[in-house]
Design a protein. Structure first.
Length: 256
């Protein structure tokens, strides 16, 4: 019995996670955006950059995270506009502003994907070819603790947009970490979808404000505010059961 346990621990200690497949996908997406910047490819690039960022977090490597964030933010500008543009009832002037802002962001992204900085980022990421699974598991527990800390909001007055966004960001990082470790949890995806709905409304409000049309579009602004508050309440209502399941799972990861 002790011998089999020792073998299991030994295997975990020596098991490694490889970056090759995800890094290759990232490289293909950089090239794909440069040649065919359609929304699906741009969104995939944004997600791929976030997953590589979590890889670095699992390995306690921080040097390239700002470069990944730079690309992710550029790709996110298009995604944010596209999320709002699906609403067929948008006022024409706001729609025109969104399309112009999206096109400007896309131009900046195209330049970035073909830049020396992007090529240097890829070369640097190739140096992080593997990661010991035992080290990744230790950092997975830290990410889970950060999620639970972000969700430790007892009073409804504390369930603000800021605390909701903090929970969303940390939960997303945890989900991607679990993917790297081949430990996906469907209930976390459901929770992330609920938090993502909050973010989509918040993005629409932010873009409306940036456009300078918020005062002229009082009805739209009011509708978005009401929808935002409803989504926030729904997200925190779902979080309680999610937190219980996550706490139990974290106990298992701690004993791994």
């Amino acid at each position: 019995m002790l011998a089999s346990a020792y073998v299991r621990v030994s295997m975990i200690e020596h098991e490694t996670l490889l970056i090759d497949e995800r890094l290759h996908e990232f490289m293909c997406l950089l090239e794909g955006v440069a040649h065919d910047p359609n929304p699906d490819v741009i969104h995939a690039l944004r997600v791929a950059s976030r997953k590589l960022d979590v890889w670095l977090m699992l390995g306690n490597a921080w040097v390239l995270r700002s470069d990944l964030k730079w690309l992710r933010n550029l790709a996110g500008r298009e995604r944010d506009a596209d999320v709002v543009l699906v609403d067929a009832a948008l006022p024409p002037q706001f729609r025109e502003w969104l399309e112009a802002d999206r096109d400007e962001g896309r131009s900046q992204l195209l330049i970035a994907c073909s830049s020396d900085r992007a090529r240097g980022l890829v070369r640097a990421l190739q140096m992080f070819a593997s990661l010991p699974r035992c080290a990744a598991l230790r950092n997975l527990r830290n990410l889970a603790r950060r999620v639970l800390k972000a969700g430790a909001v007892r009073e409804q007055a504390e369930q603000t947009i800021e605390t909701t966004h903090r929970l969303r960001r940390r939960l997303k990082a945890l989900r991607y970490a679990l993917e790297w470790l081949h430990l996906p949890k469907a209930y976390l995806k459901d929770m992330q979808d609920s938090l993502g709905a909050v973010n989509d409304i918040a993005v629409a409000l932010d873009l409306l404000s940036r456009s300078g049309m918020a005062e002229a579009q009082v009805e739209l602004h009011s509708q978005l505010e009401d929808e935002l508050q409803l989504r926030v309440r729904m997200a925190w209502s779902s979080w309680e059961s999610c937190a219980v399941r996550l706490s139990k799972d974290m106990e298992l990861w701690t004993s791994s």
